[in-house]
Ligand binder design. Structure first.
Ligand code: SF4
Length: 375
């Protein structure tokens, strides 16, 4: 299983999963921060962003993730002051410039983005800025890996751990997981050759009966990680239980503001504890995020669910598995069949030439391959 959605995009973009021996099956993991943000938190963001006294700041991907009834972009169209920023420090600057408004930053991400968000809160307190807060949705990778490994449905025999997370956190916290569950964990980068080497290192460990943490991404990751960044995160945040889309609540799997910085918590400031969410019954993103299903096995893929009209976050996010398949799979000349293969309509997408009139799925032609047009 590749943990990170960035690795998934490389795998699908360069068809690495089709180049490697068929005995090795790559399973896409839950490592897309936008995708694992629970629907309830999206609805809380929408509730806060709709307030007339709020300037709501977020990275672009989150604006199009569907909530229960609408997305943040719809709130913006209805007059909400929602701004797309590149960094939490941009949001802090807006708060400094507009002391008459409350400025909220949607702090989403894994261990990778936590240091920058911690720095924004640290600066806000140091500068005495009182109209700035974070809607926090930080999650931690190792508890999610443990949840997948301890599931009765688990099929994962080895992990490609996310290189950028380990650049911050180091590699030590993966050693107990590798030993307890007897799985190789190879810290891996994002280029195609990184991923192929990571797979090779994983397979070599399995063949030799070793279950160790190895570092393929040594040009960026040190065993101890980035200590100053870790210390800042520990100062501003505390480890708490978090709900993950698709995985449910996992103990000690997230970050929330620590007692000294609780005043910067937007959930408390705007009292959104009553918000309740309802998932789309047609979206199987929970199964996709656990690696149990692939996007092409979703009946809504490229039909009811497209990047223009997404039903779930994995079709929206730049690291989402469904978006990767939608974007890149149509570049192949042929595609492996699967029992629930879905095909898109319109220019540039797969069109099955074996499709009978009125049929909704391609007919298996016996070779397990379909011919496709590149329109
Ligand atoms: S294709 Fe769309 S509906 Fe299906 S799992 Fe992905 S995001 Fe959900």
């Amino acid at each position: 299983m590749e943990v990170c959605g960035g690795q998934t995009h490389s795998i699908v973009k360069f068809s690495l999963d089709e180049m490697i021996p068929s005995k090795i099956r790559l399973i896409h993991g839950p490592g897309c921060p936008v995708c694992v943000t629970p629907l309830e938190l999206i609805d809380k963001a929408i509730s806060i962003a709709a307030r007339p006294d709020v300037i709501f700041c977020s990275f672009g991907d989150m604006l199009r993730v569907p909530g229960t009834s609408k997305d943040l972009l719809s709130v913006k169209a209805e007059g909400g002051d929602i701004r797309f920023v590149y960094s939490p420090m941009d949001a802090l600057k807006i708060a400094q410039d507009r002391p008459d408004r409350q400025v909220v930053f949607f702090a989403v991400g894994f261990e990778t983005t936590a240091p920058a968000n911690a720095m924004a809160v640290y600066q806000a307190k140091a500068l005495g800025i009182q109209n700035f807060s974070l809607l926090v949705s930080h999650v931690l990778v190792p508890p999610a890996m443990e949840t997948i490994l301890s599931s009765p449905q688990n099929q994962v025999q080895g992990f490609l751990a996310a290189g950028h997370v380990c650049t911050v956190m180091g590699t030590a916290e993966y050693i107990p997981l590798a030993q307890k569950y007897r799985v190789p964990i190879v810290v891996t980068g994002f280029e195609p050759v990184d991923i192929l080497e990571g797979i090779s290192m994983c397979v070599r460990q399995l063949e030799e009966g070793r279950f160790e943490v190895e570092n393929q991404y040594a040009r960026s990751v040190r065993a101890e990680g980035n200590r100053p960044a870790q210390e800042l995160v520990q100062k501003i945040f505390q480890v708490i239980p978090r709900s993950w889309r698709g995985l449910g609540e996992i103990p000690l799997s997230g970050l929330g503001l620590s007692a000294d910085y609780m005043e910067f918590d937007a959930e408390r400031r705007f009292d959104v504890g009553h918000v309740r969410a309802k998932e789309s019954p047609d979206c199987i993103s929970g199964l996709v995020l656990q690696g149990i299903k692939k996007p092409l096995e979703c009946a809504a893929f490229a039909n009811a669910c497209t990047p223009d009209h997404p039903l779930g976050a994995p079709m929206v996010s730049s690291e989402g598995a469904c978006a990767a398949y939608y974007r890149y799979r149509n570049r192949n000349d042929s595609v492996e069949s699967s029992p629930r293969q879905s095909f898109g309509r319109g220019p540039g997408f797969l069109v099955c030439k074996n499709l009978d009139p009125g049929q909704k799925a391609c007919r298996d032609d016996g070779t397990k391959k379909f011919t496709v047009d590149r329109r």
